[in-house]
Design a protein around this ligand. Structure first.
Ligand code: GLN
Length: 523
């Protein structure tokens, strides 16, 4: 049997009751090199194939006393490991032990000061009088049997409670949000000092265990195929596969005609020559551009590119014949932990759990088994892993690039000549951003070609050419974003270079809309 990451590393299990912050608990613990994994609160403990070192019950939008509110599997208390309830999680502990939870007189949302009353409590070492973040309407109005109060706040007489002999703790505040200034120390105290979890979750250790895991999963002869895009996730996943099984991994780059300037050649050089990945590049640009002829609707463009990709990938993959004469058995996918979280987070008592597929269509048709070596990792962990695997720094820190590529950055009809204009303008823009040392300060930057013409004058001649819009945003999560405040000289230089060096452009504008109301991409 192939071992899971959670059986190799000491793992804290986070049971998610649907709080918007649940994944942050996992995130914070990993910052202390403690591996943590989130599962929905409906998880049956008997169905876990590994034993956690400790369990955290998250917050949630429900009230424990409501009909239909989610409740934890009581078997969690028989595991004999420490438990920490956060907000709803603490209310759940109290509800199970005497039902002393009810609606409070007032909601408490925002900062409060933690007042530690039990100075000996291992949970609160080093955090007394720090600011903590509250977000609740329900309250404990009594102490559950066997528990004592270990902390209070102005509004919460039961801000922290503990059942010391069973190592069960409850806190009303949210230690996982950064507004709780020392909240991560509370989580670390719980995981390290109370659960005794080893702090060995490092990407150095992960590489070794993951390579072993891939070898076990794939076996001694089977072969694996995967699409690469030139982005960090697919490159890291491919390099890891190559380290594990060498040439039995086949990477496929489909040139869809809407990649960045010289992208196929650059990817070939970096992945094949630089990283030793067994890569095949397929030029399918005519096929994609033919299908895009006359199409101006952004959703249609996306669909055409997605479907054509599946078609081309399947056809080209069928041409790759494993050495043993059998069929390829596995499909590599660069799924990351946020996608996994999205598919398993608890969205309501009646929710059915969806699985996440980037390329679901491929799996159904090709009867391939899925292999996802990055599914336990957050993006910054993938980047760190990439650096360790020797992937060039520029590639590791590359801005995200959409699957439909430049097709959604050429507004209106996508033709070879239009793609060429957008590509060249984008190349100049990114080059200048890098020269100015701004690339890593910006989350995403690109040039768009607008389907309008505008009058200009060049060398005493009237021109009537198109318009390039430049976009650059700063964001931490891509859910909201702000435009980047370039200085005027920078914009002047880029505009001048684009109009001078790219035929077909008469004017350059800078997009100063945030998200919302706009989106990052224009289409
Ligand atoms: N719904 C519960 C309350 O209002 C728990 C809130 C939470 O976990 N953030 O108290």
């Amino acid at each position: 049997m192939v071992e899971q990451v959670s059986s190799v590393f000491d793992t804290i299990l986070v049971l998610d009751f649907g709080s918007q912050y649940s994944h942050l608990i996992t995130r914070r613990l990993r910052e202390f090199n403690i591996y943590a994994e989130m599962l929905p609160c409906t998880q049956k403990i008997s169905e876990l194939s590994w034993k956690p070192k400790g369990v955290i019950l998250s917050g949630g939008p429900y009230s424990v006393y409501e009909e239909g509110a989610p409740h934890v599997d009581h078997a969690v208390f028989e595991l004999g490991v420490p438990i920490l309830g956060i907000c709803y999680g603490m209310q759940e502990l109290a509800w199970i032990n005497g039902k002393q939870v009810a609606r409070g007189e007032k909601r408490e949302y925002g900062p409060a000061t933690l007042n530690v009353v039990d100075q000996d409590s291992p949970l609160f070492v080093g955090v007394n009088h720090s600011r903590v973040w509250m977000s609740h309407g329900d309250k404990l109005h009594g102490l559950p049997t066997g528990y004592k109060v270990i902390a209070t706040s102005d509004n919460s007489p039961f801000c922290g409670i503990a059942h010391e002999s069973k190592f069960i703790y409850g806190i009303q505040f949210h230690p996982e949000v950064t507004h709780s200034t020392l909240g991560k120390i509370v989580l670390k105290n719980f995981a390290v000092d109370i659960c005794h979890a080893r702090q060995n979750w490092t990407m150095e250790n992960f590489i070794d265990t993951e390579i072993q895991r891939i070898r076990q999963l794939v076996g001694p002869t089977a072969e694996v195929i995967g699409a690469v895009s030139g982005g960090v996730d697919s490159t890291v996943a491919s390099k890891l596969m190559t380290e594990a099984i060498g040439d039995r991994f086949h990477a496929l780059l489909v040139d869809n005609g809407v990649l960045r300037l010289n992208e196929a050649a650059i990817v070939k050089q970096t992945l094949c020559d630089g990283l030793g990945i067994n890569l095949t590049v397929v030029d399918a640009s005519d096929e994609f551009l033919d299908k895009l002829k006359g199409v101006t609707d952004p959703e249609k463009k996306r669909k055409i590119i997605g479907n054509t990709f599946i078609h081309v990938f399947e056809r080209e993959a069928a041409k790759i014949k494993p050495k043993d004469g059998k069929e390829i058995e596995f499909l590599l996918q660069g799924t990351l932990y946020p996608d996994v979280i999205e598919s398993i987070s608890f969205k309501g008592p009646s929710q059915t759990i969806k699985t996440h597929h980037n390329v679901g269509g491929l799996l159904e048709d090709m009867k391939l088994k899925l292999i996802e070596p990055l599914r336990e990792l957050f993006k910054d962990e993938v980047r760190h892993l990439g650096e360790l695997l020797g992937i060039p720094h520029d590639l590791v820190w590359r801005h995200p690039f959409p699957g439909p590529g430049i097709a959604i950055r050429v507004l209106g009809e996508v033709t070879r000549s239009q793609v060429e204009i957008a590509r060249k303008a984008d190349h100049i823009y990114i080059e200048e951003i890098k020269k100015a040392g701004l690339y890593n300060k910006i989350s995403q930057a690109f040039a768009c070609l607008l389907p309008v013409k505008s009058v200009g004058v060049m060398g005493d001649q009237r021109t009537y050419e198109q318009v390039i819009a430049l976009r650059a945003i700063e964001t931490s999560d891509f859910m909201t974003a702000d435009w980047f405040p370039f200085d005027h000289d920078f914009l002047k230089k880029v505009a001048s270079r684009i109009v001078n060096e790219v035929d077909g452009v008469a004017r350059v504008t800078y997009d100063i809309t945030s998200k919302p109301p706009a989106t990052v991409e224009w289409e």
